[in-house]
Design a protein. Structure first.
Length: 201
């Protein structure tokens, strides 16, 4: 049976990058591979699954919007994230990571340090079962927001060397894989993008 993955697309790369690398949905599909059945939901246009169980897993993409912007679609997405809790696996990337945090009681702000852009290195301080033995990782980043308060019962797997970035967060209630082991993750960085995308972002 093919696993159904819903991509909750909340934005697109700016035109020069989108023209070269495609949509966030296309990047996620390339990253995960052809063994999955994908459905893309344009969340900004009001598209969301009718039921959380419509897909076994969801990926929430990045967006130029901030989770604190107050747009109606952002509130609706937070409601869906809470509704899908324990009913589908969920991965949040960049904006997706932040909307998951706020949906479960965390707090996101615009960073007083400004933009984080380019290839960023993070130290692994809590190893999850699915991780390899690397002590640090480098991933493309393009963000100006950060989680300053984690949701309750949430842990982090990696942090920036200065300890100021929460990367990624794991929440036991919303974590669910096919074998009913509770696993969900979220990353502020654009882990779906390759190094060339990161260099040009």
């Amino acid at each position: 049976m093919t696993l159904k993955v819903g991509i909750l697309q909340t934005g697109n790369p700016p035109p020069p990058l989108g023209d070269r690398f495609g949509s966030y949905s296309a990047m996620v599909q390339e990253l995960l591979g052809p063994q999955y059945e994908f459905t893309t939901f344009e969340v900004r246009n009001g598209e969301l699954p009718a039921q959380a169980e419509s897909c076994a897993a969801y990926v929430i993409t990045g967006s130029a919007s901030g989770v604190y912007d107050g747009d109606t679609w952002i509130g609706t997405l937070k409601d869906f994230v809470r509704d899908a809790s324990g009913r589908a696996a969920m991965v949040g990337i960049c904006f997706g990571h932040q909307v998951m945090a706020e949906a479960f009681g965390g707090r996101v702000i615009k960073s007083p340090k400004g933009w984080g852009i380019g290839l960023h290195r993070y130290d692994v301080h809590q190893r999850a079962d699915w991780m390899d033995e690397a002590h640090s990782i480098a991933v493309p980043a393009s963000h100006q927001d950060q989680i300053v308060k984690l949701p309750a019962r949430t842990s982090t797997a990696r942090r920036s060397p200065a300890g100021t970035s929460i990367q990624p967060m794991r929440h036991p209630v919303i974590e669910k894989y096919l074998e009913n082991e509770a696993k969900t993750t979220a990353s502020r960085d654009h882990c779906h993008a390759d190094a060339a995308f990161g260099a040009e972002a």
